[in-house]
Design a protein around this ligand. Structure first.
Ligand code: PRP
Ligand code: URA
Length: 209
């Protein structure tokens, strides 16, 4: 079964508390989501393999380490994953970005796909799939299905807040996927929103409600 990493770094937790606050407006909310994602990327990438190279400093030759050519794809689930993806790209600017368009039908709570565009060599890349909210898990599980059908083999799922229900679904349907979150909350309400959560991530990011 894939493991769940809860990233407890104080900066992540502090910023998460601010975005949970109903009084935090879209500008600050967006900035903080990007910053949290950048901080999470530091943890998510800590197993990247290194190789030794030689560089010439102003003083002498030195043996140094660089990331060993591992190819990465950052893939936000639209639309709420976009701001997180930008935050992760800041640390991994050479990564390629794919996009998956999914929305959750408000009545059935089932995911509906409307867009998918991935780097052509996706089968050779490690994928960092991002979405702020893992609620029922339906969207993430469907997104992972889509990218696996298109050849992706190694996937890490990065979310800000997860419900236990969403974690359980992804672990059941995709036991090969590790999950990285800033918090695991209590449960879902009858509309599928995470309690206490932060409300509707897409609406808060883009000011649509
Ligand atoms: C939100 C969120 C996830 C999904 C999580 O997106 O960004 O994609 O809900 O819910 P689930 O785990 O129950 O599937 P939403 O469907 O609101 O679309 P949006 O990003 O376009 O706002
Ligand atoms: N989608 C959100 O944006 N928030 C939730 O709490 C659940 C699903």
């Amino acid at each position: 079964m894939g493991s769940v990493h809860v990233l407890e770094h104080p900066l992540i937790q502090h910023k998460l508390s601010i975005i949970r606050d109903v009084n935090t407006g879209p500008k600050e909310f967006r900035e903080l989501v990007g910053e949290i994602a950048t901080l999470m990327a530091y943890e998510v990438t800590k197993d990247l393999p290194l190789e030794e190279v030689e560089v010439e400093t102003p003083i002498a030759k030195a043996k140094a380490k660089v990331i060993s050519g591992k190819k990465i794809a950052i893939v936000p689930i639209l639309r709420a994953g976009l701001v997180m993806a930008d935050g992760i790209m800041k640390l991994i600017p050479a990564a390629k970005m794919g996009h998956i368009g999914l929305y959750r039908d408000p009545d059935s709570l089932k995911p509906v796909e409307y867009y998918c565009k991935l780097p052509a060599d996706i089968g050779e890349r490690e994928m960092i799939l991002v979405d702020p909210m893992l609620a029922t898990g339906g969207s993430a599980a469907a997104a992972i299905d889509f990218v696996k059908q298109r050849g992706t083999k190694h996937i890490k799922l990065v979310c800000l807040i997860a419900a236990p229900e969403g974690i359980a679904l992804v672990q059941k349907e995709h036991p090969d996927v590790d999950i990285y979150v800033a918090a695991v909350d209590e449960c879902l309400n009858s509309h599928g929103y995470i309690i206490p959560g932060l409300g509707d991530a897409g609406d808060r990011l883009f000011g649509t409600k």
